[in-house]
Design a protein around this ligand. Structure first.
Ligand SMILES: Nc1nc2c(ncn2[C@@H]2O[C@H](COP(=O)(O)OP(=O)(O)OP(=O)(O)O)[C@@H](O)[C@H]2O)c(=O)[nH]1
Ligand SMILES: [Mg+2]
Length: 290
């Protein structure tokens, strides 16, 4: 489970007679949970303002203030929504650096929408790595879903074009596109993804419905740089935060929302196909001190 602040009561009991040490220790804990210095500073500045102006000397009240600031950051989150177009097919483009969990997330999302009786097509636009096509084909078979794939090293833009043609011809509701996470350089990767985005927009005549960056929650603060890089090239609509079963450092959710304005929309917590959930800001905020 994602958490932010461990043992707040212990910190309070240890340092309540020296407020500066209390705030320093709290700051350290927050940064250790992957909240950026910038976001930590913003949260604590607001909390301290109330604590000093109202002369608060009660850790339970400080907790309420911390939660209030965190909800404030997350509340415009757009949390549960994935944009579904009124003109099918809806298109989700899934991007991210290698190994973050893109392909498994594509399969999980496809499964989620299949459950809702949507007609889903998977587009295997990661043509860069040899095992990539087989991996996504395996999932498509398992889920009994349509898939469009080409040969290794073929043009990903052409895979996407064919996928959309097929989707339109067959009355598909949702096309989910898997992409490569690594190319010779990150410049090449961004150019390739921008090309894919253009192909989609030209074909559907509107913005891509969701461009979701997959971030591995065990990455640490570097995740912010990844988000910034992809966002500058593609204008992300949201984040899928993966592998939250492997870490308790949930601060990246706040960092990315506060520093870059991008909401975490989904989280994944395991390797099984149903290990995907909409991010729940209230539940997350409630769990920060556990
Ligand atoms: N524990 C855990 N493992 C996960 C989760 N999501 C993905 N994984 C694992 O992470 C590894 C990489 O997942 P992929 O989906 O292949 O990642 P990718 O981003 O497509 O990787 P590339 O195609 O190489 O860029 C696999 O072993 C997955 O099973 C998760 O939520 N929890
Ligand atoms: Mg992959």
């Amino acid at each position: 489970m994602l958490r932010l602040i461990k043992n707040l009561n212990n910190i309070w009991n240890k340092f309540k007679d020296n407020r500066k040490l209390f705030w320093d220790e709290l700051e350290e804990q927050m940064v250790a949970s992957d909240i950026s210095i910038n976001t930590t500073g913003k949260i604590l500045a607001e909390v301290k303002k109330y604590v000093y102006s109202e002369n608060i000397n009660d850790i339970e009240k400080i907790k309420i203030l911390l939660k209030k600031q965190i909800i404030e950051i997350l509340k415009t989150d757009g949390g549960g929504d994935l944009k579904i177009s009124t003109t099918p097919p809806t298109v989700f483009l899934i991007v991210g650096v290698n190994g973050t969990g893109k392909t498994t997330s594509v399969a999980k999302l496809a499964g989620m929408f299949k459950e809702k009786s949507k007609k889903v097509l998977i587009s295997a636009a990661d043509t860069y790595r040899s095992a990539a096509v087989e991996q996504i084909q395996h999932y498509a078979r398992k889920l009994d879903l349509d898939i469009v794939s080409h040969q290794k090293f073929s043009d990903p833009g052409a895979v996407v074009y064919d996928s959309l043609e097929k989707a339109m011809a067959r009355g598909i509701d949702l096309v989910i596109i898997d992409t490569a996470g690594r190319m010779q350089t990150s410049y090449n990767l961004m150019e390739e993804l921008k090309k894919i985005k253009k192909v989609i927009m030209k074909k559907i005549g509107r913005e891509v419905d969701e461009i979701l960056l997959v971030i591995d929650s065990t990455t640490g603060q570097n995740a912010r740089n990844q988000a910034e890089l992809f966002n500058n090239s593609l204008n992300l609509t949201g984040i899928i935060l993966t592998k939250i079963d492997s870490t308790s450092r949930g601060g990246i959710v706040l960092t990315i929302k506060n520093d870059l304005g991008i909401p975490v929309k989904l989280v994944t917590d395991g390797e099984k196909l149903d290990n995907i959930h909409f991010f729940d800001p209230e539940g997350f905020t409630e769990s920060i001190f556990s």
